[in-house]
Design a protein around this ligand. Structure first.
Ligand SMILES: NC(=O)C1=CN([C@@H]2O[C@H](COP(=O)(O)OP(=O)(O)OC[C@H]3O[C@@H](n4cnc5c(N)ncnc54)[C@H](O)[C@@H]3O)[C@@H](O)[C@H]2O)C=CC1
Ligand SMILES: O=C([O-])CC(=O)C(=O)O
Length: 266
């Protein structure tokens, strides 16, 4: 298979996992040719790691999204934020770049989601939703094809991960509480970078307005636990993923990239 060119937008913790995987040789079908982040130094850090390998290509740290798009990467890994995905999706797809994204929350906006689908189709490009901190998209999608179902999404988080949101107060340090109950669209509106997973599970099943989401704060809880339950006439499935850190999300991007070029696809 022809080597694919790759670029990264949003050079934080998860992007670094992807870069490290590439350096370790886990992405042999890709050349990382460009990086872009709001803070230029972060884009430079990753680019330098690649440059230090002295490979037969250059990885260019970019000052703008436009500069990155001019490199015409086959794939763009987006590990920035849902706002960034909104900015880049349509120009990237028109540019001939497919996208692997973790900021799936942006697709809770149905008009945007439809526009992305249309643009990808018109330009022969694709958007891959990485499984992130959850899994089970296969079973969710399969059941949704079979018959009607009901889907719920229940998250447990520690209070510190809810700081700087409007549901936080100090009492959460000592008392367990359901801090949010609503649908996946409402959840991402309230927590714009923290429940991409709920929107992802919803898009894979009954849709962001139909998946009931419950977010629970548990004192001293470390990490996140996401429990997705789908019930239909024939099927009852529970996908429950506990993760101590968000690293699994970075690794899910690596897994998605490998799947794209692999002769065997899961
Ligand atoms: N689907 C999932 O399971 C998960 C999804 N995420 C998503 O992944 C994103 C990245 O997570 P981390 O690497 O942990 O965050 P991080 O904060 O370590 O890195 C994000 C980087 O992107 C940059 N950035 C933010 N907005 C940007 C923009 N508009 N244009 C260019 N650069 C921008 C930031 O400056 C930062 O360097 C999160 O914001 C979240 O949306 C995170 C965890 C799990
Ligand atoms: O890391 C997690 O558990 C989920 C997360 O941040 C997201 O979905 O945006």
């Amino acid at each position: 298979m022809r080597t694919k060119t790759l670029a990264i937008v949003g050079c934080g913790k998860l992007a670094n996992i992807v870069a490290e995987a590439l350096i370790k040789g886990l992405l042999p079908d890709y050349k990382l040719i460009g990086t872009y982040s709001r803070t230029f130094e972060k884009a430079e850090n990753i680019a330098k790691k690649i440059q230090d390998l002295n490979l037969n290509y250059t990885c260019k740290p970019c000052h703008s999204l436009e500069e990155l798009l001019n490199l015409k990467p086959d794939y763009i890994v987006e590990t920035a934020s849902p706002t960034s995905l909104r900015e880049l999706a349509l120009p990237a797809l028109k540019n001939g770049s497919s996208i692997v994204t973790l900021s799936i929350g942006a697709f809770a906006d149905n008009d945007f989601y439809e526009k992305v689908k249309e643009t990808a189709t018109e330009n022969g490009t694709r958007v891959h939703l990485a499984s992130g901190a959850i899994g089970g998209f296969d079973v969710l999608r399969t059941v949704s094809l079979m018959e009607e179902s009901e889907v719920t999404f229940k998250t447990k988080k520690g209070p510190n991960s809810l700081k700087n949101t409007e549901v936080y107060d100090d009492a959460l340090q000592t008392e367990e509480r359901e801090v949010f109950k609503g649908d996946a669209s409402e959840a991402i509106a309230l927590f714009p970078t923290r429940v991409n997973v709920a929107v992802a599970a919803a898009l894979a099943s009954t849709g962001p307005e139909n998946v009931k989401v419950s977010i629970n704060s548990i004192p001293d809880f470390v990490g996140d636990d996401h429990r997705i339950e789908i019930k239909s006439d024939q099927i009852h499935a529970i996908i429950d993923v506990y993760s101590k850190t968000a690293k699994i999300a970075g690794w899910s991007v690596v897994n998605t990239l490998r799947n794209i070029t692999s002769p065997i696809a899961f």
